[in-house]
Design a protein around this ligand. Sequence first.
Ligand code: HEC
Length: 163
Amino acid sequence: MMKNNYLRLFLILSILSIASCEWGRMWETPAVRPHEEPIMAVSGGAVPMDAAEAIYRAIPAEDLTSPVAMDDPQTVAAGSNLYGLYCIQCHGKYHDGYGTVGQSFQPLPGDLRRPKVQAESQGKMFKEISYGIPGGRQPDLASTIAIEDRWKIIAYVKSLGVR
Ligand code: HEC
């Protein structure tokens, strides 16, 4: 009986001493994630200058229209350069899905000249490269590629035609 009481006292004292310890309080320091900047104080009534991305996210794929002339050879040429920057590593030099990086993906990137891809609407392709393919492995590149540049790449991909 006596032994039990000592045990209880010991337990209570140890719980109290843990509770009163001066641990480093991580939850009291501001948590800033990598690449994150503290949010600046914005004066009341301010509106974002560029809401374009939010609008593109909200509009359904079938209602999206390109702000650049998609058939213009200059657009297509610019798109070709941009493909070399942002897509070639996965989709390959010949657009067949045999890019070096792409080979480590499951599912593998397909041939961009497959009828399925070439028949896709421009809006659907915009959504895919901007926000990824649900359940798929296409990266969401919205924060990587400027909006107009994404449309130029689509103009280029569409210009490839069906293989
Ligand atoms: C990091 C690798 C990677 C990059 C970079 C990448 N893709 Fe993909 N992409 C994939 C993979 C993997 C798939 C297929 C898997 C899936 O269904 O999600 C895919 C699928 C697609 C599809 C859907 C059609 C299909 O083949 O199933 C399109 C269209 C597409 N990519 C276009 C592009 C364009 C245009 C770019 C450049 C702006 C790009 N991708 C950049 C990996 C990539």
